[in-house]
Design a protein around this ligand. Structure first.
Ligand code: IMP
Ligand code: MG
Length: 185
């Protein structure tokens, strides 16, 4: 473990029960919209969406396949043309309905890139489901078909989201608050 006093603390923003209830609502909306669809592929964007993805997909009733996609971006933030594929999906999306499941849409470049890629590969439809929408930070236009919660520009962790790989296992979503020197944790 790193030594020294932590320079931040985590304040609860969305508690576990609120997340659970919203995930159930999103699943009901998705079930309704995809009724009759035979070829749905639910694709989780690693690693941040992993808990949201499994909670959501377990509630869906239509037949579906699952797959995972992982990206990286270089530099401090995500920028246009800098989203790289770290792990591609195994399945073919040609002729299939794709539901992309992401933890958070920030600048939008990650999802914009994946969305365009799956369309290029011949998916019949591509829809997005994002747990969190940081809409004020948007740079690339991304239509979110199913959105859990809209939040501000704050940096959030938990329920899959990390700060330097920490806090992914928190069962709730919290805001990282950075502390001044000497401030209580
Ligand atoms: P984008 O800027 O929309 O391309 O988002 C890129 C990725 O940055 C997201 O999928 C998250 O993994 C990560 N990210 C953006 N905002 C936050 C945050 O507040 N906490 C943790 N990860 C974040
Ligand atoms: Mg992500």
């Amino acid at each position: 473990m790193p030594s020294g006093k932590p320079n931040h603390r985590v304040r609860t923003l969305i508690d576990q029960a609120t997340i659970e209830a919203r995930v159930a609502e999103l699943a009901a909306d998705i079930d309704r919209d995809y009724e009759g669809s035979e070829g749905l592929i639910a694709i989780g964007v690693l690693k941040g969406s992993v808990f949201f993805f499994t909670d959501l997909v377990k509630r869906l009733r239509m037949p579906l396949a699952i797959d995972f996609f992982q990206t990286t971006s270089y530099g401090a933030g995500t920028t246009a043309g800098e989203v790289r594929i770290k792990r591609d999906i195994d399945l073919s999306v040609r002729g299939k309905d794709v539901l992309l499941v992401e933890d958070i849409v920030d600048t939008g470049w990650t999802l914009r890139t994946i969305l365009d890629l799956f369309r290029f590969r011949g998916a019949r439809s591509v829809r997005l489901c994002a747990l969190l929408d940081k809409h004020e930070a948007r740079e690339a236009e991304v239509p979110i078909d199913y959105c859990g919660f809209r939040i501000g520009r704050e940096f959030v962790v938990g329920y899959g989201l990390d700060y330097g790989e920490r806090y992914r296992n928190l069962p709730y979503i919290g805001v990282v608050e950075f502390l001044e020197e000497g401030q209580q944790q």
